[in-house]
Design a protein around this ligand. Structure first.
Ligand code: PCA
Length: 244
């Protein structure tokens, strides 16, 4: 069944996709909750970033299961200056009820659900060869922010489905950490009840990347990603009654 109308633009480096339903099935108030899914483009050592394709694919597939939700997918540049600006823009523009950010990690063998983001950077060049301008992301701001997704429940659900998943308290200090930090910070300023979190998947989902062998295949990444969307929306349905 195809219910979604998609509009998008871009390349592997930076892509954007908004999925909306046909006018006939849209509610009059147009207040459908938004789920924002992001992945990343390439960066040194990772020529093709699996998280980009995962975010775009999940948005299209999830839109067919959740007819009362609008899905927005975006591929963020691995760029110290532009990624934070882009994420703040997306959150302000779409005011998502749920934000699921994806990235790859050579340390992850399954789904690594990040519990925290840190106000810190690492001296590692981005895809344009630039390093972060300072040792913290936002000078004088909180040192640590907690993901607002139901992280423990997500890990449990994924494991129940037979998928390898773990709770992680170390998202690194590169762009994935930076995006989660800015997403959480921007949400508390504009929409405190929003849920946001970060999921690392194995870099080896894409061929040509060195590192640990992935314990999940591409089809399993999709199955797990769809479960992640379902679980992230579930508490909202119960707590806020914003859906259905
Ligand atoms: N992984 C990097 C940045 C982009 C990505 O997919 C990280 O773990 O920070």
């Amino acid at each position: 069944m195809s219910v979604a109308k998609t509009s998008g633009f871009g390349t592997q480096r930076s892509r954007s996709l908004v999925i909306s339903k046909p006018a006939s099935s849209q509610r009059a108030c147009g207040a459908d909750p938004v789920v924002l899914l992001t992945g990343f483009g390439p960066f040194p050592g990772v020529e093709r970033n699996a998280s980009a394709e995962l975010a775009l694919t999940l948005a299209q597939m999830a839109a067919e299961r959740h007819l009362d939700v609008r899905f927005v997918a975006d591929v963020l540049p691995v760029d110290w200056r532009h990624a934070p600006l882009r994420i703040c823009d997306l959150v302000s523009q779409h005011r998502p009820a749920v934000s699921l950010h994806f990235g790859v990690s050579t340390r992850a063998t399954g789904f690594a659900i990040e519990a925290y983001a840190y106000n810190a950077t690492r001296l590692m060049p981005d895809e344009n060869g630039h390093t972060a301008g300072s040792i913290d992301l936002v000078s004088g701001d909180r040192q640590r922010r907690s993901a607002t997704l139901p992280v423990r429940r997500i890990v449990r659900d994924l494991r129940t489905a037979g998928l390898p998943a773990e709770l992680s308290s170390d998202p690194g200090r590169y762009l994935c950490n930076a995006v989660l930090y800015h997403s959480l910070r921007q949400a508390t300023r504009t929409q405190p009840r929003r849920r946001a979190g970060f999921i690392h998947i194995p870099a080896t989902l894409e061929s040509g990347v060195d590192g640990e062998r992935s314990l999940i295949s591409w089809p399993e990444a999709i199955v797990g990603g769809l479960r992640l969307v379902d679980t992230s929306l579930m508490p909202l349905r119960v707590r806020q009654g914003v859906l259905s």
